[in-house]
Design a protein around this ligand. Structure first.
Ligand code: ASP
Ligand code: MG
Length: 406
């Protein structure tokens, strides 16, 4: 008997009808002879609504209370799904993250899973039950409830798949799989049959919002194949794995984009050891994650340091950086909050020249100015004007002929 873990996102459990139809899909997986563990997100926009509610009461809610509040969203959907399965004649039980043995650190609102004690889940499976686990949450050693960060149910699902030794983790969502680009921007975008973990990680990190990057990372480390598929159709979805067929023929796999980029430039910085750390250490302490960092070659020992942050972090980042810029005698500290990024991603690009040139010329043909460029072995990212991001995605999709099946 195979053990599978399935995860259903918020849009798949948005109302009673959807919950009933998901229950039928789960029942079908059970009928095929599988043991089934299901992880659910909160119904629809519940998490946003709960956050909104909290802020109506307190402009600075305690993160402990907020985590308990938010964890209730997933509890609601898990119980309703267990009820729906019962009406279909299946034995099912809902478990909170804590009951499912998900132990985390105490970093409220962004807790990390330290380990899973799968005993209870295993016992319920052995009794023949379908186990429904509330996603996105866990419990600390002090028995405080934590949440794993927005979109964290994916992480719950992959972590459970790892700890239970499941053959596959199936992530069901409202799209047919992982596309070559966001199909809302590029009508010709194709859903991919398969891709490697590394590529998916870059795609997820650089703007494809289908899967949570932490979940992909877990899948990669523990070699759990992840299927991303639609909960509304029967299309086969995208299998993310590390198999032999990953010697990809199609060199660029996909285009990611993110309109949420702000840039800070510290102008006229003395070029001496310790300057970069004097800027980036306080930013790290303020929990501001910095993405692209570029330092110009220095002239007469003076250089410029540019980096990007999420738009929502810009004000806080400027508060941190401005006094430091003053204390290291930088000439100026400037920011631009109207930026976005586009990335081309593909393992096939490694050690193959010409991809960067093709990307830059596709952008220049559209008259799109590139402000910053960063690369990894399997990704090239350009920071550009926010208003040109969608156009850039379409131009790159075309330039790399992604509308054509391999
Ligand atoms: N409900 C949470 C959120 O909206 C977790 C999740 O959906 O994975 O972020
Ligand atoms: Mg959600």
């Amino acid at each position: 008997m195979a053990l599978i873990v399935q995860k259903y996102g918020g849009s798949s459990v948005a109302d009673a009808e959807k919950i009933k139809s998901i229950a039928r899909r789960i029942a079908a997986a059970r009928d095929e002879g599988n043991q089934v563990v299901v992880v659910v997100s909160a119904m629809g926009d519940t998490t946003d609504e709960l956050i909104n509610l909290a802020y109506q009461i307190d402009s600075c809610p305690s993160d402990r209370e907020l985590d308990v509040l938010l964890s209730t969203g997933e509890i609601v959907s898990s119980t309703l799904l267990a009820m729906a399965l019962k009406t279909l004649g299946y034995a099912a039980i809902s478990l909170s993250g804590a009951q499912a043995g998900i132990r985390t650190d105490a970093a409220h609102s962004r807790a990390r899973i330290l380990g899973i004690d799968p005993g209870r889940v295993v016992r319920e499976l052995e009794k023949g039950k379908i186990v429904i686990v509330a996603g996105f949450q866990g419990i600390t050693d002090e028995m405080d409830i934590t949440t794993l960060g927005r979109g964290g149910s994916d992480t719950t699902a992959v972590a459970l798949a790892v700890s239970l030794g499941a053959g596959v983790c199936q992530i069901y969502t409202d799209v047919d799989g992982i596309y070559t680009a966001d199909p809302r921007l590029v009508p010709e975008a194709r859903s991919l049959d398969e891709m490697g973990y590394e590529e998916m990680l870059e795609l997820a990190t650089y703007g494809a919002r289908v899967m949570h990057p932490r979940a992909v990372e877990l899948g990669e480390i523990y070699k759990v194949p992840i299927l991303v598929a639609s909960s509304f159709t029967d299309s086969s979805g995208t299998l993310i794995h590390g198999g032999a067929s990953m010697e990809i023929r199609n060199k660029v796999t996909g285009i990611a984009h993110d309109p949420n980029v702000a840039k800070i430039t510290v102008v006229g910085v003395p070029d001496r050891p310790g300057i970069a750390s004097s800027i980036f250490e306080p930013l790290a302490k303020a929990d501001i994650s910095v993405d692209t960092i570029v330092q110009n070659a220095s002239i007469h020992n003076i250089t410029d340091l540019t980096f990007t942050v999420a738009k929502s972090d810009l004000d806080r980042a400027m508060e941190v950086v401005r006094p430091i810029a003053g204390s290291i005698n930088a000439r100026q500290c400037a920011s631009d909050s109207k930026l976005g990024k586009v990335s081309i991603i593909g393992t096939g690009m490694q050690n193959t020249p010409g991809y960067a040139a093709r990307m830059f010329s596709a952008l220049s043909e559209q008259g799109i100015n590139i402000q910053l460029i960063t690369t990894s072995e399997i990704r090239i990212t350009c920071i550009i004007d926010e208003a040109r991001v969608e156009e850039a995605v379409r131009a790159l999709h075309k330039a790399f002929e992604l509308e054509q099946a391999e």
